[in-house]
Design a protein around this ligand. Structure first.
Ligand SMILES: *Cc1c(COP(=O)(O)O)cnc(C)c1O
Length: 323
């Protein structure tokens, strides 16, 4: 599933070169990191001899879109436990509609009632003779951290192949960090390669930085344990999180992000969204300027979210721009 790595010339100053890996172009369900992650969950489900997928997320979730799409395309029943915030935006988004189209059975639950809902869904399915698989492991959402990380531990090899072709390595990889699964996987790839790259995660939500660090370290160590590998000493220092660009938290953005999105569409024809990729791309550029990084080769991972780009376009796309 190799995706293109493109050079974006003229984007950065101080002798820095910017490249972008287009995982938004993965050829399933409108692409994105959730394609690789969903495939990893799906294979794990089959490997464990299960036959019914239980997914969890909000009705706007990219992961739920891709997983529910994967299930219906393979004729596997899919139950979605849909979490609700106390104050939430009731409007349906593109992902909400696509999850509906995929025909996932949606079970609603509050944020404080997830474990009980997961158990009762599992029990009901078992009583009907099914073998349910919950993507996050047990009812508390633990035990399956390494599966999602595996997706980007493997994708890391595509980056290494590109470097081998070019005869030069990247110094940095930047990506948005939400649950941290993508960053965990990239860190696994980096630790296995023993190379000098720095994997920079830009926190896009209000998740506390120490909590984010802990979740990533669980993902990395679970992956290493499950693959029978030993972690190198000092590995935890390789978890680099930038928490200065989250703005007011998940889904919050201001005109610095919207201008970045317009600019990147115009200059490089990139579809970025304000929740993940647009926020992280803006944060990356700010960080590179502020930290005085020079003469470096930098890779940005485009993690997809195309339906969010179109949500954004429908909402804020009416202003004109003079070419
Ligand atoms: C989920 C998602 C992310 C964050 O990835 P994590 O593995 O959860 O950190 C980034 N970008 C997009 C478009 C996503 O859907």
């Amino acid at each position: 599933m190799n995706t293109p790595i493109q050079h974006l010339s003229g984007e950065l100053d101080n002798g820095n070169e910017l490249y972008i890996k287009r995982d938004d172009l993965l050829p399933f369900s409108m692409g994105g990191n959730k394609v690789r992650i969903s495939q990893a969950f799906f294979q794990d489900m089959e490997h464990k001899g299960c036959d019914t997928m239980i997914i969890y997320g909000s009705r706007h979730s990219n992961l739920c879109r891709v997983l529910s799409n994967l299930c219906c395309s393979k004729d596997v029943p899919c139950v979605m436990i849909c979490s609700h915030e106390e104050q939430e935006d009731q409007t349906a988004t593109n992902n909400t509609h696509l999850i509906d189209w995929a025909g996932a059975q949606v079970i609603h639950c509050g944020k404080d009632n997830i474990a009980a809902t997961v158990s009762s869904v599992m029990e009901k399915l078992r009583a009907r003779g099914r073998r349910p698989y919950y993507i996050y492991g047990d009812k508390f959402g633990r035990g399956n951290e390494g599966t999602a990380a595996a997706a980007y531990a493997e994708a890391y090899r595509e980056i290494q192949d590109f470097e081998a072709d070019q005869g030069r390595e990247f110094d940095y990889i930047f990506c948005p960090s939400g649950t941290g699964a993508t960053q965990s996987g990239l860190i696994c790839g980096h630790l296995l390669a023993g190379d000098g790259k720095k994997i920079m995660g830009i926190i896009i939500s209000s998740r506390e930085t120490e909590r984010a660090r802990q979740v990533i370290s669980e993902g990395v160590s679970d992956y290493f344990v499950k693959n029978g590998r030993t972690l190198p000493t000092g590995w935890a220092e390789e978890i680099i999180l930038l928490d200065g660009y989250r703005q007011a938290g998940y889904g919050h953005y201001d005109s610095r992000i919207t201008s970045t999105i317009r600019e990147q569409y115009r200059r490089n024809s990139l579809p970025l969204d304000p929740i993940y990729t647009g926020k992280a791309f803006w944060g990356m550029k700010e960080y590179i300027n502020a930290s005085g990084i020079r003469d470096s080769r930098i890779l940005f991972l485009h993690t997809g979210g195309a339906p969010l780009f179109y949500d954004f376009l429908a909402k804020e796309g009416t202003e004109n721009e003079t070419c």
